[in-house]
Write a protein that binds this ligand. Sequence first.
Ligand code: PEP
Length: 259
Amino acid sequence: MARKTVIAGNWKMNKTAAEGKALVEALKGLVADVCPARAEIIVCPPFTTLGAVAEAIAGSNIKLGAQNVHWEKSGAFTGEISADMLKEAGVEYVIIGHSERRQYFGETDATVNQRLKAALNAGLKPIVCIGETLEERESGNTEKVLAAQLSGGLAGLDAEVVAGLILAYEPVWAIGTGKTATPEMAEETHRFIRSFVAGEFGQAAADAITIQYGGSMKPENAAALCAQADIDGGLIGGAALKADSFAALVKNAIAAGQA
Ligand code: PEP
């Protein structure tokens, strides 16, 4: 079944409002010929850069995402942000459960599940991150870890909702390290994720769900990764911080994904 290629740039704690605006102003021209019916292009700036980027991408084929969302609507949660606040800023997508949130900020599968439900209730489109550490892979526990992250993270969701989700499979050992999973290794894991979704939520949800790969994806390796049957695009860190590298990656990914 043909799924759209979805490429999201996770800017992490990079780019002031002025820098972010300059990046997307350059990116807009470079990806103007990408047809939104074939591919989604998303940028996920830090919170204080969202407004400037929203303004700069208005009317273009670039969509706005955020990097986190809290499950409560408002209240005493210092440093957090609500789904309604993101919506007001023009945000359409939100990354949930990135490995850096899990590693440095105590994110768990249970909090991923709470954030995910709040995002869905507000009409945001979540990008749910899962992935194993090097130690977990080397000890043969990759599938067990991913199964637990999926069971906990997606708990209580209906199959129709799962069908519309974006998952990002990001082996933690490949994030920001320059070490990419080989296309075959990534495909094997993506196939496992899709079959796990089929087992829990049915084949229709598994066929429809978008599964991105993330971890040192670059313009040079995007085609080989996105040519794999179960890889539907990428969540990109480092290579999303420059307009030319992100645009080249987007184009290579789309061409390979739809070849
Ligand atoms: C990420 O942080 O989601 C990521 C994939 O980073 P990088 O592309 O830099 O490995």
